[in-house]
Design a protein around this ligand. Structure first.
Ligand SMILES: Cc1cc2nc3c(=O)[nH]c(=O)nc-3n(C[C@H](O)[C@H](O)[C@H](O)COP(=O)(O)OP(=O)(O)OC[C@H]3O[C@@H](n4cnc5c(N)ncnc54)[C@H](O)[C@@H]3O)c2cc1C
Length: 430
């Protein structure tokens, strides 16, 4: 496996765009079937959103379980070339042969980096930590996360030109920090393209009545993953953002914006299970805390029903059939009052909690960043089921999916890419 040390012009059987669990799976399946693959990731590391979760349902194992196995397979496979900080600027051609133009943004840290951290210690410039949703800061030269691949520091491009960064560069005994590194562009001929650019959380600030951004103790489900993680902003201690005090009563607001014509009309399939999982995070640290989950109806398909049944055994976990319409803050305590309407009886309830978690849904990144080649999208911006036109979607860019289903979907996408690449090869176009 080669990473970033590549020629300006190259060819491969398959290009996979997006290095989350779906992209890594598609790349591995294709490479293990004997094809050459370029795996192109926009961020400084592979891993995608799974790397930011604390534990996965249903088994509640840490994300390292799945990601490290895949990384080990990728590192061991010479047929996969990994590009990070890579942006597909152009893609031409069609079924049977494509040419991609890929811009490699500078990392400002070269392959001599040993991840010793001396640059970070010497660095005097800070940045908001996007991996932790801005809940804390990192130095401007930082390691993307603990499972990062490549396991190498990166300089935030916004700060590379800051004269104070020279001190961080000088602290590196290996000459790895190169603040004048320039972008490069490479051209790549491939037989097929898999698009696995994943999802982002629905913007909770658009849910005006739920107080996100206005009240500090209203967080999203993705933030909750980071708050519970040992590598998160509080070292894994679940506390209220406003005063760092422990939790006594937590409210989970299901379908925050989901199944709502004004926001996300669809169900994101994972949010009910994610909240039940996050209830276990609360329970592990606070045996006496009350947990209240407000739902329209609970979605736990197939074997996931077992996970729901287990959650119901918790005597202090209360499921309320009710859609939360408004959250208000209590002056002084900064507690939150959740006003809900029972969707069956119409009864209105008010519940005071010390922290509220909005279970916001998944928005495909393709909703804003259209995939190339006029790839057909559905009405919500997900890549439509393979029509033979454009790129081949894999994972949550095709519909909301959990990790296991993303892996299955990506395996199918790899299979379709193998067929398209074989056609290209037979036609002599790649
Ligand atoms: C709160 C929450 C908790 C969850 N918990 C669980 C759980 O416990 N168990 C479970 O099974 N599922 C869980 N999920 C679902 C899980 O996160 C997804 O199934 C998984 O992230 C799908 O992986 P993916 O590769 O499709 O997308 P992503 O993880 O989003 O990966 C996409 C990758 O593509 C990259 N990318 C984006 N745009 C570009 C571009 N233009 N060019 C190149 N690269 C790009 C991204 O940087 C990223 O690395 C949860 C979801 C939520 C919302």
């Amino acid at each position: 496996m080669a990473e970033q040390k590549i020629a300006d012009s190259m060819s491969a059987d398959i290009l996979v765009v997006g290095g989350g669990i779906a992209g890594m799976t598609a790349a591995l399946e294709a490479a293990e079937a004997g094809k050459t693959v370029v795996l192109s990731e926009a961020k400084p590391s592979l891993g995608g959103r799974v790397a930011a979760t604390n534990q996965y349902f249903p088994k509640l194992c840490p994300p390292s379980c799945g990601i490290e196995i895949n990384l080990r397979r990728i590192k061991a496979n010479p047929s996969i070339t990994v590009l990070t900080l890579a942006e597909v600027e152009g893609l031409s051609g069609g079924r049977g042969g494509h040419e991609a133009r890929i811009k490699l943004h500078p990392r400002f840290v070269n392959e001599k980096c040993t991840a010793c951290g001396d640059c970070e210690k010497a660095c005097e410039v800070e940045r908001d930590n996007d991996f932790n949703f801005g809940l804390d800061k990192t130095k401007a030269v930082y390691l993307p996360h603990l499972m990062a691949y490549p396991f190498r520091y990166v300089v935030d491009p916004k700060h590379a030109g800051d004269p104070r960064m020279k001190k961080a560069a000088a602290a590196c005994a290996y000459g790895a920090v190169e603040l004048d590194m320039k972008p490069r562009t490479l051209t790549l001929k491939v037989g097929a393209v898999v698009w696995a650019t994943g999802w982002k959380p629905y913007d909770a600030a658009k849910l005006d009545r739920l107080g996100f951004g206005r009240y500090r103790n209203v967080v999203t489900n993705s933030m909750m993953e980071r708050l519970a993680s040992q590598s998160g902003p509080t070292g894994g201690k679940l506390v209220r953002p406003s005063d760092q005090v422990g939790l006594k009563k937590v409210g989970f607001v299901q379908c925050a914006g989901s199944r709502d014509e004004k926001h996300l009309p669809y169900c994101s399939a994972v949010c009910c299970l994610a909240s039940m999982k996050q209830a276990t995070y609360v329970r592990a640290q606070y045996p006496d805390a009350e947990i209240h989950i407000f739902y329209i109806d609970v979605r736990a398909p197939g074997r996931m029903e077992d996970f729901y049944v287990k959650a119901q055994e918790d005597k202090k976990l209360f499921f309320h059939r009710g859609k939360v319409g408004t959250i208000t803050e209590v002056e002084g305590s900064r507690n939150l009052v959740l006003e809900a309407e029972n969707t069956l009886t119409g009864e209105l309830t008010k519940t005071e909690v010390d922290m509220a978690v909005l279970a916001v849904g998944m928005v495909p990144n393709t909703a804003d960043e259209k995939p190339p080649l006029d790839t057909p999208l559905d009405e919500f911006g997900f890549i439509a089921p393979d029509t033979g036109k454009g790129v081949i979607g894999a994972g949550t860019v095709t519909r909301p999916l959990d990790v296991a289903s993303s892996v299955v979907d990506a395996t199918g996408a790899a299979m379709r890419a193998l067929i398209a690449a074989a056609e290209a090869s037979a036609a002599g176009r790649n």
